[in-house]
Design a binder for this molecule. Structure first.
Ligand code: HEC
Length: 104
């Protein structure tokens, strides 16, 4: 009985725990980008040409980004932006973080 209760608690807790760790993992990925991009809810990008991450959704739906991130982002101004390639899991975590900071 006790085991069952623990199991049930674990099952219920799992999705939110996963979401939280996803966001944290996403923030860790974003931190690799902060030499150029503003990655938080405020502040200008260190590199003025690099869009602050909180504004990315204004340009296109965030879901579109997921594919680009996994395939390796290609942006117009190739020298400014390094090629970014994430695993599907990393892209998902990163997107979750992005969704959290978007300014609508
Ligand atoms: C060396 C500086 C630099 C780093 C590091 C960097 N970026 Fe960028 N990024 C840029 C610049 C500059 C642009 C704007 C390029 C343009 O407009 O074509 C850009 C644009 C982007 C865009 C918008 C693309 C578009 O089509 O509008 C995304 C998304 C992006 N970066 C994601 C990332 C991610 C994710 C990381 C870290 C994993 C990262 N960048 C790291 C400089 C950087």
């Amino acid at each position: 009985m006790r085991t069952l209760l623990i199991l049930a608690t674990l099952l219920l807790a799992a999705p939110s725990a996963q979401a939280a760790s996803g966001t944290a993992a996403g923030l860790r990925i974003a931190q690799q980008c902060k030499v150029c991009h503003s990655i938080g809810v405020r502040g200008a990008s260190p590199k003025p040409e690099a869009p602050p991450f909180r504004t990315l959704a204004q340009k296109y739906p965030l879901e579109n980004l997921q594919e680009s991130l996994v395939e390796g982002i290609i942006v117009g101004h190739a020298e400014g932006m390094p090629r970014v390639k994430l695993t599907p899991r990393q892209a998902q975590d990163f997107l979750r973080y992005l969704a959290k900071i978007q300014r609508k």
